[in-house]
Design a protein around this ligand. Sequence first.
Ligand code: HEM
Length: 669
Amino acid sequence: MLGKILVHTLAVCVILNVDGGGYSDIEQAINSALEIVTIRRFASIPRPVIKDPANPVSLRGALARRRENPEIVAKYGLAADLVETATVLFAERHGGKLPNAEAFRAAIAPYCPTKIAKCENNCRYRSADGSCNNRIHPEWGTTFSPQTRFLPPDYGDQFDIGVVPRSTSVTGHKLPSPREISNSVHDAGMTAPRDHIYNINLMHFGLVIFHDVISTPLRQALARRRENPDIVAKYGLAADLVETATVLFAERPACFPFFTLPGEFSHTCRSFVRSEIAPSQGCLPGPSNQMNQKTSYLDLSLIYGNSIEGEQRFRQFGSEGEQRFRQFGPGHPDSFDATLNIFHVIFLRENNKILRDLKHLGWSGDSLFKETRNIMSAIYQHIVYTEYVPAVIGQDAMLRYGLKSTRYGHNTMYNPKSDATTSNVFATAAIRFAHSTFDTFEKDVIQGFSPETFQNYSNIVTNSPSSSTLFTRFQSKTDRFMTDFGRNKLWESEPKNSVDTMSFDIQRGRDHGLPSYNRWREYCGLKPILHFGKGIMGFADHTIGATKALSSVYRHPDDIDLISGAMTERPVSGGIVGPTFACLLGEQFALFKTGDRFFYENDFYPTGFTKGQLRQIKKQSLSSVMCRHVNIPAVPQNAFISPKAGEPLVPCMTFPKLDLREWALHGRD
Ligand code: HEM
């Protein structure tokens, strides 16, 4: 009861405090926000997200999105919530105006966690948390940063700040339920069409890239008093205050549920927790951006960790100073992703091989570990830009976005003005194109997986015939369709308690305030769709089936969610995604390249490689790496193309070895 009274009191305060528009108004807005946010968030103070030990791939574990550092996530989340709430309170009192940025920054400073990076001038190696990559903006691309925006957000609240997700049609009705869209547009039935070129390696490698550059934590669910007596005791909170928090939380929910049809799942109301947000550097007022708890750079941080502590945790210090990498498995924050283990095992073995070879050449101590990581990241970036991205977006887009690596030598494209921070649209829509590519192989791997059976996954990697499956088995076709498993059975912990990946993708886009599909078409220089027909200004990039499916569920073309609109496009020539995703992926991969001072092709001293070293790196391919660590006599020249599609099988012994003698010289030629 008391809780409700307090809520009311806060609401009254908001009205009473209205006056001018100066610094004191900003302070007042922040103070009111502080009161609201503290109560709303007190119970979400670090609660490590623990997977159900009996069921490591349980729904809860998987969707909780593991947090490497729950305390920092909570701290940044709280600050971002404060910014969001204060911005809205101020705007409400000042006819929609945002507070002056500098005054706001000064007033909020005591509550704003700032990142202060100490950058060394002549360091050859990237930092564990991504800091100092950009010398002018050392915080760009670091862990716990807000995701960037290519377009301003389109949230559901009147000021587009993010308090309410995008939920209303341009016609004024509610947007259709994501499940309705999933059923009408993305249902493949029991089997989705198969690709005729690309194998399941492509999907698995995409998974590596995703885990390298993005992990958006979810907001913490409100901890109830009974469940968390320790938190209540620690903060001396009275029972009625906890009730208050519950009411407040319910009024401005972090939950964004959606409806499913009766009988489809165990509940018709599907719970959905909104993503955590992060403040900008200096906590400037404005629309909310979601947090990324990984480094944005293509630096294999999924293996090496995203912080110095993370790095230490995964390093195994052997006798004689040899530092090897621990098996990916129990305890590793990414280990719920069973399929990810395949490449993790391969990279782990490659890491340890390079490390041993460098050691023979006289490397030792920290630089042995760091140079190994340097070489690994370079080979990985080379595979990303010469094999993965071209397969996905095709050669035309590779050229348009300046993504091609040169065959030989350096190719410095670095631009200190490029911010490589992973963008919201990349993480929440574009790279998720790959959700249409997983197939029943994933079902077997995911459902049979537990950290204890990790060794079996090492065996899948090592031993043919299992390993040859990675090359031969076609992935599911990149199209609008998702398998029955992905839409109806994923992480089914008990009958009908599962996840529809497609519904979650759609709802996540709305949660993050991604503008609708048409706005992205305009952004990419494509014509927006003005009617649900095929003629002029209609669906030029869609099949009749896709057009019909979209028009059956959306009221207006301007309502179409980006992921559904883009996944229904016909693929660009030579690629597997349509023109909208080719554009958005192209732009992001351009930023990952031009915004990374440590990009493998850069001719910089002391961070860059010598010509001789680069020659060795550029001889490598995913096939050559896999050959070294998978027990198989021959592999396709291009590791992503199935031999069943005519890709020639090449004996492993003919692939170039990684000759590290160039590293014995240490210097530059
Ligand atoms: C093994 C097959 C896969 C399964 C079962 C799977 C399933 C899921 C699910 C259920 C989510 C959470 C959706 C949400 O709440 O927003 C998700 C997120 C995501 N998935 Fe997948 N996925 C798979 C493979 C992939 C691949 C191959 C890629 C990219 C190449 C990818 C990219 C992403 C991204 C970027 C996110 C958002 C991550 C974040 O922001 O933290 N997924 N996936």
